[in-house]
Ligand binder design. Structure first.
Ligand code: CTP
Ligand code: CA
Length: 227
């Protein structure tokens, strides 16, 4: 394990981070989710705390959960639960980082009882969830808002489109088809974008290192804002 210098660049800052995948229930025993492990969000939370931030980690389903000393973890299931948990802490937050893989759709109805295998086929009707990041962008005041973008093609185009549409300060984009990037691994390959375009293109590195680089960019923006 590599050790990283811990300049306390986020001393006293209130940081809200979302991690993991959301769970959208079909019935009492079944749900829709995705491959997110939560590792990127947990690495961000740990690094921000080490830099002196007051961290709240709002976590959906994760593969493994390291206990992080001094971090307030709030567990949520659905996109709507996550929205509520983030909004409750939004007004006082200095930095919000949306690394969670939020479901884009949820079942229109949630059966009260276990769905029985009556027919030869079953069609699920899904509806859009609320876009949490977009909602935060619309209500943004002092907060530095950081979003993620998981793409398989036209990375820069889609990343910049998300940054603008969701009114983010930074977008961390990764090509999830690239080896060592994205879901369920300990490494990532990302590019960081701001309103000015590409800020940093990082090589393959551990999610901890990536977390440090993202928070460096956030600290830089905070500093220019405070000057
Ligand atoms: N996001 C969110 N709420 C949603 C969906 C996504 O807050 N209902 C956030 C994610 O946490 C991430 C960013 O939006 O920070 C981008 O997520 P991504 O899935 O890459 O983009 P989408 O806008 O959902 O578009 P698409 O899946 O079609 O690429
Ligand atoms: Ca999506």
């Amino acid at each position: 394990e590599q050790f990283f210098a811990t300049a306390r660049t986020l001393e006293g800052k209130k940081v809200v981070i979302t991690a993991g995948g959301t769970i959208e229930r079909l019935d009492p025993v079944r749900y829709l989710t995705n491959d997110s492990s939560g590792k990127m969000g947990f690495a961000l939370a740990e690094t921000a705390a080490r830099q002196g931030a007051e961290v709240t980690l709002i976590s959906g389903r994760t593969a493994a959960e390291p206990a992080i000393p001094g971090i307030d973890i709030v567990h949520v299931e659905s996109a709507e639960d996550m929205l509520g948990a983030v909004l409750a802490r939004y007004e006082t937050a200095d930095i919000v980082i949306k690394s969670a893989a939020v479901a884009d759709y949820r079942p229109v109805t949630r059966a009260a009882n276990k769905i029985k295998k009556d027919g030869e086929s079953l069609v699920l009707e899904l509806e859009r969830t609320t876009d949490i990041l977009k909602t935060l962008g619309e209500r943004k005041k002092q907060q530095i808002l950081v979003g993620f973008a998981a793409e398989t093609e036209q990375l820069e185009h889609y990343a910049m489109d998300k940054l603008r549409r969701k009114n983010c300060d930074l977008i961390v984009a990764n090509d999830v088809t690239e080896p060592g990037a994205g879901f369920n691994v300990d490494t990532n390959v990302v590019r960081i974008f701001g309103e000015e375009g590409l800020i940093e293109q990082l090589p393959l590195m551990s999610k901890r290192e990536v977390a440090g680089r993202i928070l460096d960019q956030v600290a830089k923006r905070l500093k220019t804002r405070e000057e």
